[in-house]
Design a protein around this ligand. Structure first.
Ligand code: SAM
Length: 209
């Protein structure tokens, strides 16, 4: 899409409720756009076991759900936007992964996640703190958490993604503290390509301590 049209779309959706805002954005997205997993997810994939149930929270157009499915996981892709998940479903169908990606339209800010435990839970560019304990609970023993989103440093940059509300940005070391019950495999906070994020790859202990 033309840059000017993108900017006016960004302005137009600013005051919509979240579901409509995201539906509008995904409806305008070219079906072939944003297929690549983020570099952090890409680098984390080889460390995961090959297969099992996985959950992609706020999956959007499904770039990470598809990457997990390609690695052999059976993925629940949850998002508030049916337009985003429609793209995810289309992409799963065209790549022969339909039977490994289940798209679920749902609002996780109602303290809800599918009633199942997962070998992998992935959260990318989404932050809703009250969900942290439920994410921990839904991980199987030995399960993996992959989490990346913006830190407050991003707010000081000329580019910030949509909202300027501080609550949508991580405080220093926040993910580490929030998931202190997990064993950290890698953690890095800082500049990653063109953005400031925290990246956590962690595992739930096989047995409760
Ligand atoms: C920045 S996008 C990230 C999408 C995807 N994780 C990725 O990295 O490509 C944020 C996503 O959060 C979803 N979202 C926002 N509020 C939500 C909610 N309350 N419940 C579920 N999904 C939500 C949006 O629809 C959008 O797809």
């Amino acid at each position: 899409m033309h840059r000017k049209s993108l900017l006016s779309l960004k302005h137009a959706v600013k005051h919509l409720p979240p579901r409509k805002k995201w539906d509008t954005r995904y409806a305008a997205l070219h079906p072939a756009a944003r297929l690549e997993p983020s570099p952090f997810v890409q680098a984390s994939l080889p460390r995961l076991p090959a297969g099992g149930p996985a959950l992609d929270i706020a999956a959007g157009a499904g770039r990470h759900s598809l990457a997990l499915a390609r690695r052999g996981f059976v993925v629940d892709a949850v998002d508030i936007s049916w337009q985003g998940l429609r793209l995810a479903q289309q992409r799963a169908a065209t790549t022969g992964l339909s039977d490994r990606v289940r798209c679920i339209v749902g609002d996780v800010e109602h303290g809800w996640l599918p009633r199942q435990n997962y070998a992998v839970i992935l959260v990318s560019y989404f932050l809703y703190r009250p969900l942290f304990p439920l994410i921990h609970e839904r991980l199987l023993p030995g399960g993996w958490l992959i989490y990346e989103t913006f830190t407050l440093t991003q707010l000081d940059q000329p580019y910030h993604p949509g909202s300027t509300r501080e609550e949508f940005y991580l405080r220093p070391n926040e993910l580490r503290h929030a998931f202190a019950g997990l064993t950290v495999v890698t953690y890095h906070e800082g500049r990653h390509q063109d953005r400031f994020t925290a990246q956590l790859l962690a595992r739930k202990p096989e047995r409760a301590p």
